[in-house]
Design a protein around this ligand. Structure first.
Ligand code: DX5
Ligand code: ZN
Length: 225
């Protein structure tokens, strides 16, 4: 993975057909997705359950771009190696998921994966300050994690501005997750974000049999920024 700050669209397969992940991933990549965002939920850290490392390993061969795994689980550390073995390029853990985020980030990097740090809407930018040299990506949650299709929380935009300033010249991506669509994407890109996760805004109106809307939706987000 080469670092660059161009805007990247990362469709979240949380909004895809769960019985058809392979074909859905191939469809959104063919329609212009830059990364594939994979939401792992445990029913404990967040009030929803999705899937684990076995599913990640099964979908990996279908991903030609970047496999961006967002862990909404607690604890995180016992599962890091399994997600790395599943082929994750980026593994993101939440600062709120346990008392030892520093150790977690070290463990992620030790696998060879890029390390991501996610901040819930209620967590300030300062939480990332001691960790800036240990991360490759900071994921700013712009909804409370757990479900797709929620409303973008506008007060999180200021946090993006603050993080962009804190990051300085470091090669750290700022990713936005939750409620990204053509009306909200320009706000976060102007504030300094470069990776835009979008679930409902990419998958709406399309299917594996009718993937053209995926491309239209991706281009609409790209055109808005
Ligand atoms: C929410 C997930 C998001 C979600 C975004 O907990 O982390 O990745 O899929 O979905 P939208 O784009 O529909 O808000
Ligand atoms: Zn996510």
């Amino acid at each position: 993975m080469k670092f660059d700050r161009s805007v990247k669209i990362a469709p979240s397969i949380l909004s895809a057909d769960f019985a058809n992940f392979g074909a859905e991933i191939q469809a959104v990549e063919a329609q212009g997705a830059d990364w594939i965002h994979v939401d792992v939920m445990d029913g404990h850290f967040v009030p929803n359950i999705t899937f684990g490392p076995a599913t990640c390993a099964a979908i990996r061969p279908h991903i030609k771009t970047v496999m961006d795994v967002h862990l909404m689980i607690a604890p995180v550390d016992p599962y890091i190696q399994a997600f790395a073995d599943a082929g994750a390029d980026v593994i993101t853990a939440h600062v709120e998921a346990g008392p030892h985020i520093h150790r977690t980030l070290q463990a992620i990097r030790a696998t060879g994966a890029k390390a991501g740090l996610a901040l819930n809407p209620g967590t300030p930018a300062e939480a990332a300050a001691p960790l800036l040299d240990m991360v490759d990506l900071i994921c700013v949650m712009t909804v409370n994690p757990g479900f797709g299709g929620q409303k973008f929380i506008h007060s999180c935009v200021q946090k993006v501005t603050e993080l962009r300033e804190m990051i300085g010249d470091r090669e750290v991506h700022i990713e936005i997750d939750g409620g990204v669509d053509p009306s909200t994407a320009p706000l976060v890109v102007a504030a300094g974000a470069d990776v835009l996760v979008a679930g409902s805004a990419v998958f709406k109106g399309g299917s594996v049999d009718n993937p053209v809307p995926y491309g239209e939706n991706i281009r609409a987000i790209r055109a808005s920024v």
